[in-house]
Write a protein that binds this ligand. Structure first.
Ligand code: TXA
Ligand code: MG
Length: 304
């Protein structure tokens, strides 16, 4: 297993994907600092949208470096980490993580998993690892290695840690305001209320997460966005794709994974008062193009 662990860590560090067991379900992991690697997760899962992903850390101190830590997190982390609790916190301005990890949100979902193999992998690789459950979009989460192999075959290196003890994804707790459970899990509302000594709300199932682009806190450019542009009109910034000149280019080689990894950063960079709007060239619709176009449509449809 040691050799396999080294191989898995090396793969993560070189931008590859690794499936690893956690105490909840198997995750499909990528280096959270590497936008292209994170884009590969969405591509492999076949997600039609960029849902924000949970970032896994070896220890709480590492998670603190990327988030605006607060008093509630300070209370909960020592009680439930390592373990099946995910905390949503404001993202630090200078966070080194890919913007794609949080799908353009200003927040980060962070957790320290308890499974010894997850711990060893995170320590060995020495990087934060973004990991959704290791299943294709719309399928149930895998709780043993053979489930992951059935989903992805040889596309992914799988660390086999036997059956997951919890078998249910982690509790997702939003701590950006009053505490609110976004996804119930084995760390229950009662446990959280007792630890925090205050009441904890539970969001409508799927409400906050089904359409991350609709969240109030979700980043959307303040400039109007025009899609399928061939060139910039007067005053507009041009976000190009493929071998074209633009103010910025999502991917000169027309690589959708590269485009996905740069999308949110480019939109932020062009959202400046010196421009009257952002014109975006046509992005092909296959594979990752679906999620990119979904996000662009939301940005373009937004009421200004
Ligand atoms: O148990 C788990 O949490 C597993 C293992 C692998 O750690 N991971 C997992 O990831 O279930 P995923 O991607 O399948 O679910 C992530 C959940 C989604 O409901 C997503 O919308 C929410 O966390 N989430 C992630 N980042 C968020 C953010 N910044 N704000 C609100 N919700 C977020
Ligand atoms: Mg999932």
């Amino acid at each position: 297993m040691n050799e396999l662990l080294t191989q898995a860590a090396t793969r993560l560090l070189s931008g590859g994907l690794v499936s690893f067991p956690t105490e909840t379900v198997y995750g499909l992991g990528a280096n959270a600092r590497d936008g292209k690697a994170v884009a590969a997760i969405y591509a492999l899962k076949g997600r039609p949208q960029f849902n924000p992903l949970i970032v896994h850390f070896a220890q709480a101190a590492d998670a603190q470096k990327e988030t605006e830590w607060n008093a509630r997190a300070e209370k909960l982390a020592p009680l439930f980490w390592p373990g099946p609790l995910t905390l949503v916190l404001p993202r630090k301005r200078d966070s080194s993580l890919s913007l794609l990890v949080s799908a353009g949100l200003d927040t980060l979902a962070v957790r320290v998993p308890a499974h010894p193999l997850a711990q060893s992998l995170l320590e060995k690789a020495g990087i934060p690892v973004a990991a959704p459950s290791a299943n294709r979009s719309g399928r149930v989460s895998p709780t043993r290695a053979s489930h992951v192999r059935a989903e992805f075959g040889d596309d992914v290196l799988v660390l086999d840690g036997g059956d997951c003890a919890v078998g249910l994804e982690s509790t997702v707790l939003d701590l950006t305001g009053s505490p609110r459970i976004l996804r119930p899990g084995s760390v229950t509302r009662e446990m959280l209320e007792e630890s925090l000594d205050e009441s904890v709300a539970v969001a409508e199932p799927g409400a906050a997460i089904a359409a991350p682009g609709m969240l109030k806190s979700h980043y959307a450019p303040s400039l109007p966005v025009r899609l399928n542009a061939r060139e910039a009109r007067s005053g507009e910034a041009l976000l190009a794709f493929g071998p074209h000149a633009g103010t910025l280019n999502l991917s000169e080689s027309g690589d959708l994974a590269e485009a996905a990894s740069r999308l949110f950063a480019c939109l932020r960079e062009l959202d400046k008062p010196e421009f009257s709007g952002i014109a975006v060239m046509e992005i092909p619709s296959g594979g990752l193009g679906e999620a990119i176009n979904d996000r662009l449509k939301r940005a373009a449809a937004r009421d200004k």
